[in-house]
Design a binder for this molecule. Sequence first.
Ligand code: TRP
Length: 371
Amino acid sequence: MNTAVPQTEDAGAAASAGPTDTLGTSAAQARSAVLEELIRKDPGRFRVLTGDRPTGRLHLGHFFGTLHNRVRLQELGVELFVVIADYQVLTDRDVADNLLQHVEELVLDYLAIGVDPARSTIFTHGAVPALNQLMLPFLSLVSVSELNRNPTVKDEISHSRQSAVSGLMFTYPVHQAADILFCKANLVPVGQDQLPHLELTRTVARRFNDRYGAGSAVFPQPDALLSSAPLLLGTDGTKMSKSRNNAITLAATADETARLVKGAKTDSERHISYDPATRPEVSSLLLLAALCQGRSPEQVAADIGSAGAAALKKVVTESVNEYLAPIRARRAEYGQDRAHLRAVLSEGNERARAVADATLAEVRAAMNTCY
Ligand code: TRP
């Protein structure tokens, strides 16, 4: 097998982590612990691909959920590819509004948090034709009923703003497999909702190799690296989301942050305690302050004691603003130089195109379609 994660020498550890061929979160968590160990030992054998849809600015949920993990991996010496998934915007809406602006904002966010374009590749999949061409053979490898079963797609359909479900909505997980496999990434840091897509990617890789590999593997079967960060709620107590106006963005000013936190939902109990099950809103605020302070939410709660929600919000605002200050300063600085942003993106696209062309050449050779 051509995966960079050895399947034999680490068989003991991998076996105790359980099979990775299930959607089980606990299996993915256990596997992730094994992977972390392998990354520490030899970061050079990992290539990460991850990405975001360009639909708006990134927020603290993204930051603590995945962004900060990307930079950590980059700093450990893992090679990083970040896709700005422009085609994926069209899954749940008819038109991708302000696409160029959203794409540039994402590049700004990435640079501000420390993604280094000298070591990492930032690209838009729309600018990489060979990546998109991989979708055709990949589609032939999955059945309609497999596509129908995808729980993340089902959930997105139920929240979609479209009256009819497009073909892209059903097939974008296959396109996502192309995002991952074009550069032969073997590691994909994900939240739980992306596990079905990663499982499909593994299936596509396996079936391609079986059908066309003639004994050798064209594609690795990438592993999910599950984020260990607990879920942050939005300021209204529901899922933090760009579209719900309940998210603190990386780009928000200190005043905007203060206003959002001030309006955050809490409860009527004066004594502040960390109890996500019974006090989800207060606990999420505590968690946010704790993540920014690098302490536990229980410690933050103990500091506040019976001082009430107003005191909690003051702590949260100060912690977030202090933590984000250097990121926001860098963001403002990079924002001054749009030409640099565009250069970062066009160099990233160029690099991604070279990688995708090479992979497509291999695929065409394997499929006997070189004319
Ligand atoms: N589906 C991801 C999201 O909605 C974005 C994405 C596109 C992605 N391609 C990817 C994530 C490949 C990981 C790997 O956030």
